[in-house]
Design a protein around this ligand. Structure first.
Ligand code: GUN
Length: 283
């Protein structure tokens, strides 16, 4: 049976270390790292994520504020809020929870966030820095995946890493971070032919497609490291990943569970970026 990569435990260690660092920061500079979390509308999944982010801030000792706006908020109103937060000295990180309602252009909003406060690392300036490999902020979910791989003691040099999914939030930046660790990286997506033939050769598989339990044991190479970024709610309300855990775990050497794998790591990395933003603001 595969070893479980326990994201809950690893994220707790990361948060404990951040808490110690934050105490020193507050003592030295007399200010708390501050995160503004913006949520528009009432998507239940977004609400859960936003609550977890606020809770993590309280746990570590950050200042946080929530801006919960109605679904009817206009693009102009949201842009005004972002501008206000850009100029607010208490706020070092701005997080606008995605997805936004359809009448708001997400790209326009992301582009309006001051790159120095862009703790999601979604702004084109930060995306470009990630590509070059000289960055302030790591994208939260891909960075969380890298921490878990590192924690498992895996050297990625020369490994075949397959990322399934090409989103700007996960797939594309994930491929880049794996490349920076000298992996040979393949990105698969909805138009890829014979995905199974490709994933069957993966030493490391990162599944980020948003399709419940798509990757069963037949997709997995013996001894592979399997990382599941998916979060899918089944009709019976059960939360499952993109990987069929039971059958994949019979083949994998290490595997992340859902929940309790990548999810908590994403939040820990957001917290790390928030402290980085605060440090960069005072230094
Ligand atoms: N929606 C899904 N994942 C994320 C994330 O990492 N950041 C933001 N802002 N929205 C998301």
């Amino acid at each position: 049976m595969a070893k479980i990569l326990d994201g809950k435990a690893v994220s707790q260690r990361v948060k404990n270390a951040l808490k110690d660092e934050t105490e020193k920061f507050v003592e030295k500079y007399g200010i708390k790292p501050g995160l503004a979390v913006v949520i528009v509308g009432d998507d239940p999944a977004s609400r859960v994520y936003v609550n977890s982010k606020k809770k993590a801030c309280a746990e570590i000792g950050y200042y946080s504020e929530e801006h919960a706006l109605p679904e009817s908020t206009t693009e102009g109103e949201l842009l005004s809020l972002v501008e206000k937060l850009n100029g607010d000295e208490k706020i070092h990180g701005i997080l606008v929870q995605l997805p936004l309602p359809k009448h708001i252009n997400e790209e326009k909003i992301i582009n309006a966030i001051n790159p120095k406060k862009d703790v999601d690392a979604f702004h084109p300036v930060n995306v470009g820095k990630i590509m070059i490999g000289n960055f302030d902020f790591l994208p939260c979910t891909p960075a969380g995946v890298m921490e878990l791989i590192n924690e498992a003691g895996i050297d990625l040099t020369g490994k075949n890493c397959v990322v399934v999914g090409r989103s700007n939030i996960v797939g594309k930046p994930q491929a880049m971070l794996l490349l920076h660790k000298n992996a040979t990286v393949t990105i698969c997506h909805s138009k890829t032919k014979n995905i199974k033939e490709i994933t069957k050769n993966a030493d490391v598989l990162v599944a980020a497609v948003g399709r419940a339990q798509m990757f069963d044991g037949d997709y997995i190479k013996d001894g592979a490291v399997v990382i599941d970024v998916g979060m899918n709610r089944l009709e019976n309300k059960k939360l499952v990943g993109d990987v069929d855990f039971e059958s994949a775990a019979k083949k994998a050497s290490c595997i992340t569970p859902v929940p309790g794998g990548v999810g908590p790591m994403t939040i820990a990395m957001l917290m790390k970026n928030t402290l980085t933003a605060a440090k960069n603001a005072v230094l």
